[in-house]
Design a binder for this molecule. Structure first.
Ligand code: SF4
Length: 69
């Protein structure tokens, strides 16, 4: 059976933000920790998901060269 909601949709921007840290527990739960919260008090350590808007969002660096550059 296929879920109609993907993990990315449930997580939002944190999914591919370079500041997130994925924390997994022994019981199989997964949490998204915001790395910015360590140095910037305006960010929640564990933001409420899904995150739709975030001024601190920065996409992950893939090392790929953008087309046309
Ligand atoms: S900066 Fe924003 S989008 Fe990135 S991990 Fe923190 S809360 Fe999520």
């Amino acid at each position: 059976m296929r879920s109609s909601t993907t993990t990315r949709e449930r997580v939002g921007l944190c999914w591919d933000c370079q500041h997130k840290r994925v924390v997994s527990t022994a019981k199989g739960s997964t949490f998204f920790l915001c790395g910015r919260s360590i140095t910037e008090p305006g960010y929640a350590k564990y933001p409420a998901l899904p995150v739709f808007r975030c001024a601190g969002y920065e996409g992950e660096v893939t090392g790929e060269t953008p087309i046309g550059s």
